[in-house]
Write a protein of this length. Sequence first.
Length: 146
Amino acid sequence: MITKHTFWLKAAIAMQFITGFLHSLSFLNNPEAANDSERQMLDLMQNYKMDLGAGFQRTMSDLMNAFSISFALFLFFSGAVNLYLLKNKLSSNILKGVVGINLIAYIICFITMSLLTFLPPIVCTALIVLFLFLAFTAFRNIQTNH
């Protein structure tokens, strides 16, 4: 029997995996410059190596790729953990706590995306937050197992 909290948690898990997959697609394309200014910017981002201390020299593209990989891994990891915990039928208290932790992390992620990125990641993280919030609030109708 599917309950409200499992329905919304499954929706959040699906959105975490979908967002991770969509975000991973960004590694398959190369940005193309539309004008001379963009061409210069892309050249600097891909070729100019900044001295970051301790012998590390990285391009801005290297740093952006590291952040991008980290975001995709965050999505896949949290989705996999949520799926594993849901499939193992943990007590409502534990599952509610994990969903609450996810909710806090994804609210911070959503705020960051809203301030620093563009529409697709903002919408995707907003949907994850919404589904996690609905799952979290659906737990209030469940008898807790001690």
